[in-house]
Design a protein around this ligand. Sequence first.
Ligand code: FES
Length: 146
Amino acid sequence: MHGTIAGLLITDLIQGRENPWTDLYSPSRVTLGAATDFAREAVNTASQYVDWLTVGNLEKDELVPVETGAIVRHGLMKVAVYRDKEGALQECCAVCPHLGGIVSWNDAEKTWDCPAHGSRFDSLGTVLNGPANEDLHSTAVAVARE
Ligand code: FES
């Protein structure tokens, strides 16, 4: 439908004819409602990345309970730390490989979930659901990228 409208509108614009949709589809149109929606979406987007600035859930890896995950800050890097049944710690970078949200531990599902767009990873960082199409990076890879 919009392709057809565009064809009619552009033809009229090129030929200098009046078209009732000119103002409605003008790239320079600004409405108060659109400005409010834009501001709301900008704040919502920014809020998805606030976790970059916060401290982790716990101060040290050693404090992570068995079969639980937590975000621990290692210097500038946030690390998703999971302690398995045997008590061994598994670490991966807490930065979602999709667009950089910081994952959080979902204790009910035992998964790492990204609040930005909903990607989910298992306790070891293997991607379960997109939009991310790769696993959480190992902490060694994350350090090399900094
Ligand atoms: S940044 Fe994590 S799903 Fe998009």
